[in-house]
Design a protein around this ligand. Structure first.
Ligand SMILES: [Zn+2]
Ligand SMILES: [Zn+2]
Length: 70
């Protein structure tokens, strides 16, 4: 029978000794690493503000553009 130990991170969930963290913590760590690896992307329109990787421009340029359009 596998021996169960407490997860060293949350100390709430039990894990087997072959696991490093519980599945919840492993998921959190993985997501945290992904965030960490994401470098801020500089807006190609103003070269000043940062923006999300999925965005075309920063929120400020977006706001400006919306104003111009209307
Ligand atoms: Zn945990
Ligand atoms: Zn911008």
């Amino acid at each position: 029978m596998p021996k169960y130990i407490k997860c060293p991170r949350c100390e709430l969930n039990y894990i087997t000794q072959s696991m490093k963290y519980c599945t919840l913590c492993a998921k959190e760590i993985e997501e945290g690493l992904q965030e960490w690896q994401d470098e801020p992307i500089i807006c190609p329109f103003c070269y000043k503000n940062t923006m999300q990787p999925d965005d075309l421009m920063c929120s400020q340029c977006k706001a400006k553009r919306n104003k111009c359009d209307s």
